[in-house]
Design a protein around this ligand. Structure first.
Ligand code: F6P
Length: 343
């Protein structure tokens, strides 16, 4: 049995733990393992190399992906499917394991429908994949962003400022809500709950009237102003999966808040700091468990599935159940966005 593993989309902490687990379990079963470099780009251009236990020894606590990644969409590349199929045939790959988020999994789903035996492993700091409670990378990003928010409290308080911190997450607010809560942000703005700038400014003024020295606002990069209803983007360009680069809402808020409240305001964009660095224990363990389960599924000849976390159990879920719709924050969690507004 020959298996190949690749990582697609944005990197995140915990991927290498999954790779180490995949190679370890596959070696135990006597399978030969290949690594595909730079996401689907490697599948198209023959970027394939053998992966041994020696290659993955000790990588589980390291950040990023040792295989490299890209946002290449094989279904948007000329002759992409043919090129991918050629590579699979040339190296005699029996099953492909793709570690990725929504885009990578959608492409995996299409390959699976075309007869390629595939297992998909969910990873994304956005935590927006449905059918799994958590995706690899999310909890580490929450820790990183929460620590940044904690640090912003002390400088904001010293200077009597409003600090607006912009957090990744694309079209869902999981990272902003959980990091905002863990870091004690007074106002949390998420895409699922379009906000009104007047109410935000009222809250800031009320806090000042109550003698509070500072306000921290955690804003998701995909949060929308009720009045404008549209996303703030960093530019015109879109990636191969059709996503625009989000970013800039913190700066928009900085100007508006300063103008409307007379407060000194500053914006901070956490950006790719949220994806870098080693995984926390949760993501290391998630990576290892999902990686082992992925190879066990191959042993059981159960391809077309993704190992997902439900409660404390890892369960197999059909890949198509994980694509086409995002896991968004339901209204019952909205009250958490205001938890620290009075403190
Ligand atoms: O999907 C993960 C993510 O980090 C999003 O939160 C963010 O919008 C996007 O990737 C950034 O992508 P890139 O690294 O291509 O700029």
């Amino acid at each position: 049995m020959k298996i190949a593993v690749m990582t697609g989309g944005g990197d995140c902490p915990g991927i290498n733990a999954a790779i180490e687990a995949i190679v370890t379990r596959a070696t135990e079963y006597g399978y030969q393992v290949f690594g595909i470099t730079d996401g689907y780009a490697g599948l198209l251009n023959g970027g394939v190399k053998p992966l041994s236990l020696k290659d993955v020894e000790g990588i589980s606590k390291t950040g990023g992906t040792i295989l490299g990644t890209s946002r290449t969409n094989p279904f948007k590349t000329k002759d992409g499917v043919k090129k991918a199929m050629d590579t699979i045939k040339r190296f005699g790959i029996d099953t492909l394991i793709t570690i990725g988020g929504e885009d990578t999994l959608s492409a995996a789903c299409q390959f699976s429908k075309q007869g390629v035996p595939i297992i998909a492993v969910p990873k994304t700091i956005d935590n927006d994949l449905c059918a799994t409670d958590y995706s690899i990378g999310f909890q580490t990003a929450v820790d990183t962003a929460a620590e940044a928010i904690e640090r912003l409290h002390t400088t904001a308080k010293s200077h009597r400022r409003v600090i607006i911190v912009e957090i990744m997450g694309r079209n869902t607010g999981w990272l902003t809500l959980m990091a905002g809560l863990a870091g004690g942000a007074h106002i949390i703005l998420i895409p699922e709950q379009p906000f009104d700038i007047d109410s935000v400014c009222e809250l800031i003024k009320r806090r000042r009237a109550e003698g509070k020295r500072h306000t921290i606002i955690a804003v998701a990069e995909g949060a929308k102003l009720k009045a404008r209803g549209e996303l703030v983007t960093a530019g015109e360009e879109k990636d191969e999966f059709g996503h625009e680069r989000l970013g800039g809402i913190a700066q928009v808020l900085e100007k508006e808040i300063a103008k409307r409240t007379g407060e000194e305001a500053r914006s901070v964009v956490l950006g790719h700091l949220q994806r870098g660095g080693p995984p926390n224990s949760f993501d290391t363990i998630m990576g290892i468990r999902l990686g082992l389960f992925a190879v066990d599924l191959i042993k059981q000849k159960k391809t077309g599935y993704a190992p997902c976390l439900r409660g404390t159990e890892i369960v197999p879920v059909r890949i198509e159940e994980m694509t086409g719709k995002l896991k968004t924050i339901e209204e019952n969690l909205f009250e958490l966005t205001g938890f620290f507004s009075k403190s």
